[in-house]
Write a protein that binds this ligand. Structure first.
Ligand SMILES: *Cc1c(COP(=O)(O)O)cnc(C)c1O
Length: 433
């Protein structure tokens, strides 16, 4: 079996996510045969470093032996049981550990099986919690340039026009307020003022504010100051608006702390987690919330205040086993400390990129680094150029428009980081010079 045959069989049947399928008339699909650590390998033995953790899910490498073992053990013991009326040890242990790890005050955990569903759950729970307390708040509030997933509710609170525009007539009610436009405290204060103005006008109609703390990843890795979160949380509390932290992308150490909210000392009312949760092994998500919100649904059955939301694979034991293994790996070594050192090496590379013409806005937050390429239009498809050139040099990156970014698995070694950033450096140089 070679790449070409595999790709042809695929294209005969599979409709791919986030893809104009016609592109594949010219752009070869890449059949991946196996993964090991940061490396992916195709059917012809070509290897390349996964510089974006396969859409930000992988933390400890592909086919990580520890997670694999835990997953296999669980599969041989109990692969799945419904979570309504039943429970199992991996779910209980995971819930205990995540509540202990999360910002204080998050005492209850609800399971979902992907990030968008976690966002849907937080939105529904927030609206419903207000309703159960006798308040109708049919609006949500989110930040400009935000991304929260692509199911209808999640899409409604997002602001990536490319994904959203087409579906505008069928979306739910959402207001938007500006994200801090840059990384400074002054930018944070300016955005907080705009938020306050919206809350003054509409605060009593809004169920929740949903934010991606510190980094709007799908929004071209836009980074902002933690002060905004501190101010926003405080204002939300004043207007009785819930604060939903969507840490689906930034959770589990990505921004340098276990959860990004910690850097603003914010205790959200809802915390959505997915992506890194299982280290990239199983589709799973969770929503953590407070005892106070949980209490608003707790009553005699006939009062009909229960949260009757469910997914077939809620709390899947295989997902829980992987997530528990991920937490073990965080406990077994100083992952965040090691990442901090890797961050310094990444900074060294960023300063080299800075010397290239047209490379602007170099920035890093934890294990996310990004910059923009100036002076290219959509017709240049500079993202495809960088993708293809880098791949030829053994590195896989997938720029968002003109934003080139790195979000490697945490297990990347110094040597592998050199290979990754060096390959992209040469590719960017070819494009801009
Ligand atoms: C990826 C992502 C989601 C959606 O998660 P899916 O599992 O892809 O549905 C939601 N919010 C943020 C911030 C994300 O990065």
């Amino acid at each position: 079996m070679n790449n070409e045959v595999m790709a042809a069989r695929d294209l005969a049947r599979i409709w791919h996510p986030c893809t104009q399928m016609k592109d594949h008339e010219n752009l070869p699909l890449i059949p991946v045969k196996k993964g090991e650590g940061v490396w992916l390998e195709d059917f012809e033995g070509r290897r390349f470093i996964d510089g974006i953790s396969s859409w930000w899910v992988n933390l400890f490498g592909h086919a990580n032996t520890y997670i694999t073992t835990k997953l296999a053990e669980q599969a041989a013991t109990l692969e799945h049981v419904l979570l309504a009326g039943f429970t199992h040890e991996p779910a209980v242990r995971l819930a205990e550990r995540l509540c202990a790890l999360a910002p204080e005050g998050l005492e209850k955990l609800f399971f979902a099986d992907n990030g968008s569903s976690a966002v849907e759950i937080a939105l529904k729970m927030s609206y419903h919690a207000h309703l159960n307390a006798g308040e109708a708040r049919p609006w949500f509030l989110s930040l400009s340039n935000s991304y929260h997933g692509e199911t209808i509710g999640a899409l409604s609170v997002g602001d990536v026009a490319l994904y959203k525009e087409t579906y505008e007539p069928i979306l739910i009610r959402n207001l938007q307020t500006p994200v801090p436009k840059g990384p400074t405290e002054a930018d944070a204060r300016e955005a907080a003022e705009a938020l306050e103005a919206v809350l003054k006008r509409r605060g009593d109609e809004i169920a929740a504010l949903i934010v991606e703390p510190l980094v709007q990843c799908a929004g071209n890795m836009h980074m902002y100051h933690p002060l905004f979160l501190t101010l926003a949380k405080e204002m939300c509390a004043r207007w009785g608006v819930h604060f939903i932290a969507d840490e689906i992308a930034v959770g589990f150490g990505r921004t340098g702390t276990m959860f990004a909210c910690e850097q603003a000392d914010v205790r959200p009312d809802f915390l959505c987690l997915s992506k890194g949760l299982t280290g990239g092994f199983m589709p799973m998500a969770v929503v953590l919330t407070t005892d106070e919100i949980y209490g608003r649904f707790y009553c005699d059955y006939l009062e009909q205040k229960a949260f009757l939301h469910s997914h077939s694979y809620s709390g899947n034991p295989l997902g829980c086993a992987c997530a528990n293994a991920v937490l073990d790996l965080f406990e077994q070594s100083d992952v965040l400390g090691e990442n901090a050192k890797k961050g310094e090496r990444i900074d060294g590379w960023l300063s080299r990129f800075a010397d290239l013409p047209g490379v602007v806005n170099l920035r890093r937050k934890g294990m996310i680094a990004a910059f923009e390429l100036e002076g290219f239009g959509p017709e240049d498809r500079v993202n495809l150029q960088i993708f293809q050139k880098s791949l030829g040099r053994g590195a896989f990156v997938r720029p968002l428009g003109n934003t080139v970014y790195f979000m490697p698995p945490y297990v990347i070694t110094d040597g592998e980081l050199e290979t990754l950033m060096g390959a992209v450096y040469e590719s960017v140089r070819e494009v801009v010079v």
